[in-house]
Write a protein that binds this ligand. Structure first.
Ligand SMILES: NC(=O)c1ccc[n+]([C@@H]2O[C@H](COP(=O)([O-])OP(=O)(O)OC[C@H]3O[C@@H](n4cnc5c(N)ncnc54)[C@H](OP(=O)(O)O)[C@@H]3O)[C@@H](O)[C@H]2O)c1
Length: 258
């Protein structure tokens, strides 16, 4: 039986990964800050699917957190076959006026924790010549987004990093996939304090289950990247190929200004 480590498993896309992988007889290590939600999910999945589920409560914006997480997994004797770097958050608004500490924490979670966990687990996967890493980016990765500046830049980092690792690790039999969801019905927009007028109607949002299905199908195919969502998401991801950068960022500024 294989084991998946999922960061940000207490809700949204991370929880949907946990639910889907449980149906596929995969043991789970669930990570986030909300212990109660993680423990509830763990006992539900353990009872229903008779899998092993470990809960590790961590705030991944803390510098020591990834090292502690790795050590805990080692001390439990667990082997991670699938690493899903999913935990992340955004912050809407004019960068100069937003809370500076929150911007730095966003970089810490969206980029530094993801790089560090990848660097800790990837060599072990290479030694075994088997394993998969799924990094959750966003369609904001494909262009700068005014009023989501740090978030979009963090997701661009994940896209570039993951595609490079996809190529480096093909010959080692380790798969690396970057998932770029469009707007999805989770707590993300709320957490990012996104203006309701810009957030889109609930029926325009993808479900986390669709994102997970697209990701696991793409992993199966050996793809490097998948854009998940409807036609609009795929069009946004490709806009930069057709519109000059300065024009694009000005258009996006109008689109994203509240
Ligand atoms: N929803 C969208 O429209 C959308 C679109 C594109 C990409 N994404 C990406 O999808 C990923 C998952 O987001 P989601 O949409 O599922 O949002 P969500 O429902 O807000 O889930 C975010 C998850 O990250 C965890 N998390 C947040 N801060 C953390 C921290 N400091 N340490 C550890 N875990 C932390 C949260 O758990 P705790 O609060 O319990 O810690 C939660 O489990 C994110 O990387 C996001 O950028 C989302």
């Amino acid at each position: 039986m294989s084991t998946a480590l999922i960061t940000g498993a207490s809700g949204g896309i991370g929880e949907a990964f946990a639910q889907e992988l449980a149906t596929r007889n995969t043991n789970l290590v669930l990570v986030a800050r909300s212990g109660e939600k993680l423990n509830q999910l763990a006992s539900q999945l353990q009872d229903k699917y008779k899998i092993q589920v470990d809960v590790i409560i961590k705030d991944l914006t803390e510098t020591a957190a990834t090292g502690e997480l790795f050590d805990t997994i080692k001390s439990k004797g667990l082997t991670i076959d699938i690493l899903i770097n999913n935990a992340g958050f955004g912050d809407y608004g004019d960068f100069a006026e937003r809370d500076g500490e929150r911007q730095v924490k966003m970089v810490q979670l969206n980029i530094l924790a993801l790089v560090d966990l990848t660097h800790k687990f990837l060599p072990l996967m290479r030694q075994r010549r088997s394993g998969s890493i799924i990094n959750v980016s966003s369609i904001t990765a494909f262009q700068p987004i005014p009023y989501l500046s740090v978030y979009a830049a963090s997701k661009a980092f994940i896209l570039s990093f993951s595609e490079a690792l996809w190529a480096e690790n093909r010959s080692h039999n380790v798969r690396v996939l970057c998932v770029c969801p469009g707007p999805t019905d989770t707590n993300f927009l709320n957490e990012a304090q996104f203006p309701p007028a810009l957030a889109g109607k609930p029926n325009q949002l993808a479900t986390p289950e669709v994102v997970v299905r697209d990701a696991l199908n793409a992993l199966e195919r050996g793809d490097s990247t998948v854009v998940s969502g409807g036609f609009a998401s795929k069009a946004i991801a490709n806009l930069g190929k057709f519109v000059p950068r300065k024009t694009l960022v000005s258009l996006l500024q109008k689109q994203f200004k509240s």
